[in-house]
Unconditional design. Structure first.
Length: 545
């Protein structure tokens, strides 16, 4: 695999579709301000960088991690592939500390989408106004109707494979590609759902079900969370980055942003970053932070200066706060028949029943759940840590691996000020203060999880499963921490991702979510980025940048 030497240098970048291949890349001088300097090449940063470059803006994207070539670099090996994850030191605290590692965020061009499970779902329309329409949490400063065309744009860009008629949400055009055939693990969900009388669907997935350009169709090997070595997966690395490069953007890999500099007028001038053993400074007319819900507030707080002693964009005191995660308590069962749940993408069937049904809930909020397909090492870890099984007992349990099926929800948690990312006193290898991530569930969050576990267990039983057991510790998708809003006193950025305090500082990633809803977030992140690009173009034309 690519070590720690930058690859995107000397006017070329890795060609993700060709073993050992290169593609031309424009390079910009550090001393001349580029129009947009984006920190982070993940779901938010790569999408925005592509769309802005295609509009003719000069764009440089700084990415802390490597620039992979999936065909060369990705092994079918759970251990070897740990390099995809952000594993730098982070401190985790609170009553329910969040595990931070391979289950959480990525590091590399493409960000967390390189190892994501490819589930791409839209938010329920009411969630954008959940305070006004559903009576809990916060309203977003935009509506579903404003985002709908960008959802469609992102689904088209990713060539999402999904059902002809998706049973939830407002009427919509059909998904670009036909759905994948549901695997046996997904058919367990389907069987249970039909017994309990709730709807289910083949999960809309960002891996192609038929050839697409240089992407072959998915071959159902199930290594999606450890890097897809065929390029069937439509990650930011294979979709937005090649387009961004072709449109003239520069992507600097292994470039760790350290600090955003501010001039005496309170405007950002550029970003200091480490690359190849040296500290550099790239000048920019606009800086966009897109580093994920932990690294984004960390960079803003680490950039405190005399004008903004509390950190950048933080006059509200809200940078880092209102952190949400999706709770993921699992329900698992044994079946007489062989399931072989590792075959295919890990989550091939879904029910959004409890996202769209509000009756019969003893909690506020929502959850979807999907069939599961953990690979052996990660399954052994789940069994060992949640049931304390070891040695012969663990071996006996692992012998059931091919007969197991189970469900995990994407459970909404309440955005609360006390759940936050803050700076610790300890520093990392660059001398930058590391983040401390503090999280506790509310009583409502716990009620939601108990409801999900009950319902999922009933469904497993209805599908013919037995020896059902559950585990409560897992989480996914950190969001919030720099939320968008209408009021500078109660939010960090406006509806376009522009910070209230520094007019040429923007945020474009999952940290701007005021609420997390009950679905995986990356499609909404990409739709917001597409919308932000259009809004920026309009503002530029009006002289408002
Ligand atoms: C195992 C797993 C499965 C998942 N499955 C799904 C799924 O099926 N569907 C879904 O919607 N979501 C899924 N997610 C979550 C999803 O991938 C993320 O929510 C999404 O990618 C976040 O987008 P982002 O732009 O906020 O950050 P990211 O995509 O994580 O991108 C942030 C990038 O910024 C870089 N960066 C950070 N700090 C700096 C710095 N200081 N300097 C330079 N670069 C920096 C990072 O290296 C990273 O590449 C999954 C996540 C995991 C861990
Ligand atoms: S199952 Fe499909 S998407 Fe997943 S790693 Fe294999 S080819 Fe890629």
């Amino acid at each position: 695999m690519n070590g720690e030497q930058p690859r995107a240098v000397n006017g070329r970048a890795p060609d993700v579709f060709t073993p050992g291949g290169w593609t031309p890349m424009r390079e910009y001088a550090e001393s001349t301000p580029v129009d947009f300097l984006i920190v982070g090449a993940g779901a938010g940063g790569a999408t925005l960088g592509c769309r802005l470059a295609e509009k003719g803006f000069s764009v440089v994207i700084l990415e802390a991690g490597p620039f992979w070539r999936p065909l060369d670099d990705f092994a079918s090996d759970e251990l070897a592939q740990q390099t995809l994850f952000w594993t730098d030191d982070r401190i985790t605290g609170g009553d329910d500390p969040i595990a931070l590692g391979g289950n959480n965020s990525g590091r590399g061009v493409g960000g967390s989408t390189v190892h994501f499970s490819m589930i791409v779902l839209r938010f329920r329309p009411e969630w954008f106004k959940s305070r006004s329409k559903l009576g809990y949490s916060f309203d977003w400063p935009i509506s579903y109707e404003e985002l709908a065309p960008y959802y469609e744009e992102a689904e088209e860009a990713l060539k999402v494979a999904g059902p002809v008629n998706y049973p939830w949400g407002p009427p919509r055009r059909r998904y670009p590609y036909r759905p994948h055939e549901v695997n046996a693990a997904g058919l367990v969900l389907a069987r249970g759902a039909e017994k309990l009388g709730v709807k289910w669907a083949a999960t809309p997935l960002a891996t192609v079900s038929a050839p697409r350009g240089k992407s072959p169709p998915c071959v159902y090997r199930g290594f999606c969370n450890y890097g897809c070595s065929t390029n069937a997966k439509q990650s930011a690395l294979t979709v937005w980055i090649p387009r961004a490069l072709a449109a003239g953007a520069e992507v600097r890999d292994l470039a760790m942003a350290a600090r955003i500099e501010i001039d005496p007028r309170g405007r950002a001038t550029g970003v200091a970053f480490f690359r190849d053993g040296a500290l550099h400074f790239q000048r920019a007319s606009n800086v966009v932070v897109a580093g994920y819900a932990i690294e984004t507030p960390r960079l803003l707080l680490n950039s405190a200066c005399p004008l903004f002693p509390q950190g950048l964009a933080n006059s509200s005191g809200l940078v880092g706060t209102h952190l949400t995660t999706h709770s993921g308590p699992g329900a698992w069962a044994t079946f007489d028949e062989e399931i072989r749940w590792y075959k295919g993408p890990p989550n091939m069937a879904v029910t959004e029943h409890w996202n769209y049904t509000d009756d019969g809930k003893d909690f506020r909020g929502a959850y979807a759940f999907m069939s599961q397909g953990p690979l052996p090492m990660s399954w052994a870890q789940t069994v060992a840590t949640s049931r304390g099984l070891w040695g012969e007992a663990l071996r006996a349990e692992m012998l059931k691996y091919n007969h197991m099926a189970g469900f995990v929800p994407v459970g909404e948690t309440e955005p609360r000020i006390e759940n936050r990312v803050e700076l610790a006193d300890e520093t990392d290898q660059f001398g930058l203060k590391i983040p401390r991530v503090v999280f506790s569930y509310s009583e409502n969050d716990k009620r939601l999880q108990r409801h999900a576990v009950r319902f999922m267990s009933d469904m497993l039983e209805a599908a013919g499963g037995y020896d059902i057991w559950t585990n409560y510790k897992d989480t996914s998708h950190l969001l919030g921490t720099c939320r968008m809003g209408d009021d500078p006193k109660t939010s960090v950025v406006d509806a376009d991702g522009r910070s209230w305090d520094v007019p040429n500082l923007w945020i474009c990633d999952g940290s701007v979510f005021p609420t997390c809803g009950g679905v995986n977030p990356s499609l909404t992140i990409q739709a917001l980025a597409c919308r932000a690009a259009d809004r920026i173009e309009t503002k530029a034309a009006a002289g408002d940048l």
